[in-house]
Structure formats: structure tokens, C-alpha cells
Design a protein around this ligand. Structure first.
Ligand code: ATP
Length: 407
């Protein structure tokens, strides 16, 4: 029995094992795809680890002995796949992080003395500039330059260029009291265009804003007629000019000296004036304004105006430049004193300006300004005709005489 039971037990055991196997297989199928995946992954891992060991084993097999042989490219690529990648080193940030709840103490700044001095210097310069600007305005207000400008534009007809030029020169000069040379302005142009008229307006204005002692009106033909001894004229002129500039300097005023009919002035007097215009003199002679009125170079101006009668678009600046260049040579030929002067050309007056002169004069004399009457009187004067333009040959010179005939 015992002999017969051995093979039977073996058969039973085998059957049990087969059943168990079947059961386990069934269990595996029921546990789902996830377990399958993990199993699969485990199997793969196993496979990889086997590959690794086999590779290193083969590598070790090959390199039982140390050598300097460089590995082949293939080996290198395999190694690089297997090697874990090195982490990149992080750069340290440079900013210093302070804990939020604590105060940070910065290094104490050392105060530079040079920096302080520089700031002080800048402040001083700034205040000085402000002060200077205020002073400039004060000076211009002292001489009421704006008032003068208004009067000139209102009372002088057809000479905008001349008025603007004179006003610019006066504004520049009167802004300060310290000068390195006197201001010499030469008014030039044909007869009756308003040169002496401007001279008179200037004298009147400066007499009203300063003491009358600081304005001189000198008419060469009247103050030093041909029959008088020129030497006495010379001492008279020198005395007048010296006295005026000295007293003006004491009172910090700028005297205005107006010389009319310069074309009639004797050479000796021209030389005296020339001496006053030099820059290398004592201060009182440097702070003075000289106005020289003459008709020297007037023929050149008349010719220029008539030739350019049609050119409306000529700029003021260009006009002045061209006119100055025309009369400059005539003036310098007359006497070198004009080398030191600012030349202001006066141009011919048109018929419309002559009508304004009549209107002005009639109102001044108390006449009713009848347009017909004015037109009639204006037509009696002589004109240069260029196209549609009529330029008065004698300017407004005969206006006073014509109005006087109305009585
Ligand atoms: N542009 C002008 N605007 C207003 N009035 C003028 C003008 N020009 C001349 N007059 C009048 O004509 C008169 C004579 O002019 P003014 O004495 O100024 O001539 P001038 O240019 O000095 O000429 P001259 O060289 O012959 O002396 C003046 O008293 C003035 O009333």
C-alpha cells in the first residue's frame, strides 16, 4: 500500500500545483492593467539592471588592467546615457537679503567738503545771474525804454527798420552801466525822411527821464557857423562834452549827445569827436551815447530804394545790410570817426507817409483834417515814380510850410 500510495501522492501533488497555478493566473488577470503595467515596469527595470551589470562586467572584463586608452565614441555615448546629468551650479545672487523685521545699517557716508563748496558756488552764481537779470530790467525801466519805443513807432512814419535798429542798440547799451566803449549811432538818409525828427524825439524823451543836464543837442551849422573861429568851437565842444560825461558818471547816468548836420561840421570838431569814441579812455567817456545825424551817402540810399521798389520780399535784415554797405564807404571817406559807429539808414518816404505827415501837422496846428484837402496838398509835392509807387523827393520837409499856407 505504501509502495502504491507514493506515485498516487505525487500525482495528487502535481494536480494541486496545476490548480494553484491556474488560480494564480486567474488572480493576475483580475487585478487589471495597472498591476500589469507595474509588473511590466519591474521586469523592464530588472532587464536594465541586468544590462548595466553585463555592460560593466564586460567593461571590467576588458579592463582588468588600468590603461590610458580612451574609450570609443560608442562607449562614451552609452556612458553618457547612463550617467546621471550633472546639476548646473547656481549663481549666487549678489543682492544682500536682510531679514524683514530687522533694520539695516548702511556704511556711514563721509561728507565731502569739495562737494559742499561746489554746491555753494553754484548757488552764488545762480543768485548773481538772477540779480544781474533784475538789474538789467531796472536800468531799462529807469530810462523808460518801452515808452520811448512806443513813441518812436507812433510818431515816425515809414521808418520801421530804422526805429527797430535804434531801439535794439539802445536797449542793449542801456541795460548796464559798465561799458568798454561809448555807443555811437549814425542816422543817415535823404532829406526830410525823419532823421532830425528822431533826434528831437530822443532828446525830448531822455530829458524827461533824466535831468536835462545829460542831454546835448548840437547843430553844427548853428553852434559853429562857418564865420566863427573853429578853435573856439573846439574848446566849447570839448568843455560841453567833458562836463556832461563827468557829472553823468557821478550820478550814474548815461548822457545822450545828439549832433545834427554832421556834413557841415568842421574837420577839427570831427577830430575832437573821434577822440571821444576811442575805447582806451577813462570810464566817464565810455558810458555815453552819441547820435550823429547827416545826409552823407543819401544818393546811394535813394538809388537803392528806387531800384528795389518792386521787391517786396526783401527781408529787413538783408535790406539794412545792403543799405549799410552802400553808405559805409561814403561815411568813411568823409571822416574815420564813422569807423566806430553803428549805421542806421533812413529810406525814402512814400505818398501814404506824406499824407500821415499832413494829418499829423494839421491836427497839431488845430485844423480840421479834411481828407480832400490833405490829398490835394500831398499831390502838390514832387515824387519819384516807380510803377505804382510814389516816393517823395523831399520827404515830409515841405509839409509844415504847406500847412502854414492854409491860414
Ligand atoms: N518819417 C517821418 N515821420 C514823421 N514826420 C516826419 C518824418 N520825416 C519827416 N517828418 C516831418 O518833417 C519834418 C522834417 O523832417 P526832418 O527834419 O526829420 O528831416 P531830415 O531827415 O532831418 O532831413 P534833413 O537832412 O534835410 O535835415 C519834421 O519836423 C517832421 O515833422
Amino acid at each position: 500500500m505504501s509502495l502504491a500510495s507514493c506515485p498516487v501522492r505525487a500525482v495528487v501533488r502535481l494536480r494541486r500545483q496545476i490548480r494553484n497555478l491556474k488560480k494564480s493566473k486567474l488572480h493576475l488577470d483580475l487585478s487589471g492593467p495597472r498591476s500589469l503595467e507595474t509588473r511590466h515596469a519591474r521586469l523592464l527595470q530588472k532587464q536594465i539592471s541586468l544590462d548595466k551589470t553585463s555592460f560593466f562586467n564586460t567593461g571590467l572584463e576588458k579592463s582588468q588592467y588600468f590603461s590610458f586608452d580612451t574609450p570609443s565614441l560608442e562607449q562614451m555615448s552609452q556612458l553618457s546615457v547612463l550617467k546621471p546629468k550633472r546639476k548646473k551650479k547656481r549663481r549666487r545672487s549678489r543682492t544682500v537679503l536682510y531679514p524683514g523685521n530687522s533694520r539695516k545699517y548702511l556704511p556711514i557716508e563721509q561728507k565731502s567738503k569739495a562737494k559742499r563748496c561746489l554746491i555753494l558756488l553754484i548757488a552764488i552764481i545762480f543768485f548773481q545771474i538772477l540779480n544781474a537779470i533784475e538789474n538789467l530790467d531796472d536800468n531799462l525801466q529807469k530810462y523808460d525804454v518801452d515808452g520811448l519805443e512806443k513813441t518812436m513807432h507812433r510818431d515816425i512814419f515809414g521808418q520801421k527798420l530804422a526805429v527797430d535798429t535804434v531801439m535794439d542798440l539802445l536797449k542793449d547799451y542801456l541795460a548796464t552801466h559798465m561799458h568798454n566803449k561809448p555807443l555811437v549811432v549814425s542816422l543817415n538818409g535823404p532829406s526830410g525822411v525823419g532823421k532830425s525828427h528822431m533826434g528831437r524825439l530822443l532828446a525830448k524823451h531822455f530829458r524827461s527821464v533824466m535831468d536835462g543836464d545829460f542831454v546835448l543837442q548840437y547843430y553844427a551849422g548853428h553852434n559853429c557857423p562857418t564865420e566863427t573861429d573853429v578853435l573856439s568851437c573846439q574848446s566849447d565842444l570839448s568843455g560841453k562834452v567833458s562836463n556832461m560825461v563827468v557829472t553823468a558818471e557821478i550820478e550814474e547816468k548815461i548822457p545822450v549827445l545828439i549832433f545834427d548836420e554832421m556834413e557841415e561840421m568842421p574837420l577839427l570838431l570831427l577830430d575832437v569827436l573821434h577822440g571821444y569814441f576811442q575805447p582806451n579812455q577813462s570810464n566817464e567817456f565810455l558810458n555815453a551815447i552819441y547820435i550823429l545825424i547827416s545826409n552823407i551817402g543819401s544818393n546811394g540810399i535813394t538809388k537803392y530804394v528806387l531800384q528795389n521798389a518792386s521787391s517786396e520780399d526783401l527781408s529787413q535784415h538783408r535790406k539794412r545790410k545792403e543799405l549799410v554797405s552802400i553808405i559805409e564807404s561814403s561815411l568813411r571817406q568823409h571822416h574815420p570817426l564813422w569807423d566806430h559807429s553803428e549805421i542806421v539808414p533812413f529810406i525814402l518816404l512814400e505818398k501814404s507817409h506824406i499824407i500821415n505827415c499832413f494829418l499829423d501837422e494839421m491836427l497839431r496846428e488845430g485844423y480840421y483834417p479834411d481828407n480832400g484837402n490833405i490829398e490835394n496838398m500831398a499831390s502838390q509835392l514832387k515824387y519819384y515814380t516807380q510803377g505804382e509807387r510814389h516816393y517823395s523827393i523831399m520827404g515830409c520837409k515841405q509839409v509844415v510850410a504847406k500847412v502854414n499856407l492854409l491860414q
